[in-house]
Design a protein around this ligand. Structure first.
Ligand code: SF4
Length: 362
């Protein structure tokens, strides 16, 4: 059964596997970057980012000498910025301790920042064709259906990893692991799986029992936490005030427009005046609503209430309490800094907003 299953899946992959940039060479660096980039990212978007990244950072050496600011800018929009910071840290370790190469050693890979069992297995199998299983969300779903798992996937992870290892055909880890993930992504999709096109339909227990729609068994839904913030765009002599967040915590080292969370029963306007004073020492007023922006981040749903603000005091420089540095920048310079997604959405809005142009000119 195992051999037959593997053979059918490999055969299907040979005909249907997508032509992805890192599949042309299978270099360890490209596999590493693609695997990290594709976590929590849709394939099309991931490919776009991957190509752009490779143009700027074609290898470990070029990444290792980059500064973090630039690396974050190339990552902007993908979220989970610790992944980008870890890529940079790991590239420097590889340069200093491993001759600028990713080692073909599972244990050594696991010792690098940001590399866990999944990424280590992916590098070992896809780049070095070594016999390591890998399991992503596509494989979990595929196995939940194929083997008719009666419990939520997160309770069956041990079984799924063991099964993925057991199925690995000798000497074919590179193609088999990709084939499993690809079959899950393209055929055994989250909704409306294409069982009629599936190469293993005759081996699929859920299909045989008519319970495909009930697999995978769903666990408790993730609780979404709503958060409301107020953020202000302060313009002075044609320049905008931005600040760089602290080195740790959410959105570490990214730039932002000052602001923060609303307290209980506080209006966005009151919160913004308070936050500006607390974070920068600036007394602001004359608030004018720009728009509200909604953004979902892990299990948070964030609403940013955005305003233009005017400076009421005359102090020339801020006293930062929540940021490491600040700049007064011209609009065309905003592309040089990495911002969290909702702040970048605000920038995109501003650049087409006549009220913003008026403020710049006044
Ligand atoms: Fe998934 Fe359908 Fe194939 Fe079973 S037959 S593995 S449910 S696509």
């Amino acid at each position: 059964m195992n051999d037959l299953l593997a053979e059918k899946i490999l055969h299907w992959f040979a005909d249907h596997g997508r032509d992805l940039p890192w599949r042309r060479t299978y270099t360890p660096y490209q596999i590493w970057i693609s695997e990290v980039m594709l976590q929590q990212t849709q394939m099309e978007r991931g490919v776009e980012y991957f190509k752009r990244w490779l143009e700027r950072f074609p290898d470990i050496a070029s990444l290792a000498v980059a500064d973090e600011e630039e690396v974050l800018r190339y990552w902007e929009g993908l979220g989970y910025y610790s992944r980008a910071r870890n890529l940079l840290k790991a590239a420097r370790i590889l340069r200093d301790l491993h001759g600028g190469r990713l080692p073909a050693d599972h244990g050594a890979l696991l010792g690098l920042p940001g590399i866990g069992p999944y990424t280590a297995g992916a590098i070992m199998s896809l780049a070095f064709n070594a016999a390591y299983p890998i399991v992503d969300a596509n494989v979990e779903r595929l196995f939940a259906r194929l083997f008719d798992l009666h419990r939520p996937v997160r309770e069956c992870k041990g079984f799924i990893w063991e099964k993925a290892a057991e199925l690995l055909p000798q000497g074919k880890a590179r193609f088999f692991n990709q084939a499993l993930m690809e079959l899950g992504a393209l055929v055994c999709k989250p909704r409306n799986p294409s069982c009629g096109l599936c190469p293993v339909v005759d081996l699929c227990r859920s299909f045989r029992l008519g319970v495909v729609d009930a697999r995978p068994v769903l666990g408790a839904a993730k609780k979404i936490i709503p958060i409301a913030t107020a953020n202000g765009v302060l313009v002075r002599e044609g320049r905008l005030f931005i600040q760089k967040r602290r080195q740790s915590g959410v959105w570490a080292n990214l730039w932002e427009f000052p602001g923060g969370q609303l307290e209980a029963d506080e209006t966005p306007e009151a919160a913004l005046v308070r936050e500006f004073m607390e974070e920068t020492g600036f007394q602001v007023g004359g608030l004018e609503k720009i728009r509200s922006i909604n953004h979902t981040y892990t299990h948070y749903r964030i609403t940013l209430h955005c305003f233009f603000v005017s400076l009421l005091d005359t102090r020339p420089e801020p006293e930062l309490t929540a940021a490491q540095e600040y700049r007064w920048v011209q609009p065309h310079e905003l592309g040089h800094y990495a911002f969290p997604a909702p702040h970048r959405m605000l920038i995109d809005h501003l650049l087409g907003d006549p009220a913003f142009q008026e403020r710049l000119a006044s």
